[in-house]
Write a protein that binds this ligand. Structure first.
Ligand code: NI
Length: 134
């Protein structure tokens, strides 16, 4: 192991300490190791990992052509999209929750292309490693 000295803003340290307390870490080092490991392994090594994804977002269905554009995007990536639940929340707002399956970077790209559309709010993708067949 190597010892690192890191400089951080006070705000960020508070944020980190809250995180440590919430998660029950016993030291900052342990927490920072996990954060770095998660972040770097996601970025580099696990790009092609088979994943399940749960994508949720709110959108305003009356925003010009948005409902049609979102559906088109899902159709264009139909091999990644397993199922979508649609809820009409109000006169204007809809909630969609999609179950996705595919390689990590494919699911991230699909989620980005949906979430980044104007009129889509609170987009959130949760990825889970797909359990291997026994
Ligand atoms: Ni709706």
């Amino acid at each position: 192991m190597q010892r690192l000295t890191i400089t951080m803003d006070d705000d960020l340290v508070d944020y980190l300490d809250n995180f440590i307390q919430e998660k029950g870490y016993t030291s900052r080092s342990e927490a920072v190791r996990d954060l770095v490991r998660d972040s770097l392994s996601t970025e580099k090594n696990q790009r092609n990992e088979e994943c399940l994804g749960v994508l949720s977002y709110l959108y305003e269905h009356e925003t010009r052509e948005l409902a049609r554009r979102l559906t088109n995007t899902q159709h264009h990536h139909h091999h990644l999209s397993v199922s979508t639940l649609h809820m009409h929340i109000s006169e204007e707002q809809c909630l969609e929750v999609s179950i996705l399956q595919g390689k990590r970077h494919q699911l991230e790209n699909l989620a980005d292309s949906l979430i980044s559309q104007r009129g889509v709010n609170h987009g959130y993708l949760r990825l889970l490693p797909k359990p291997k067949d026994e």
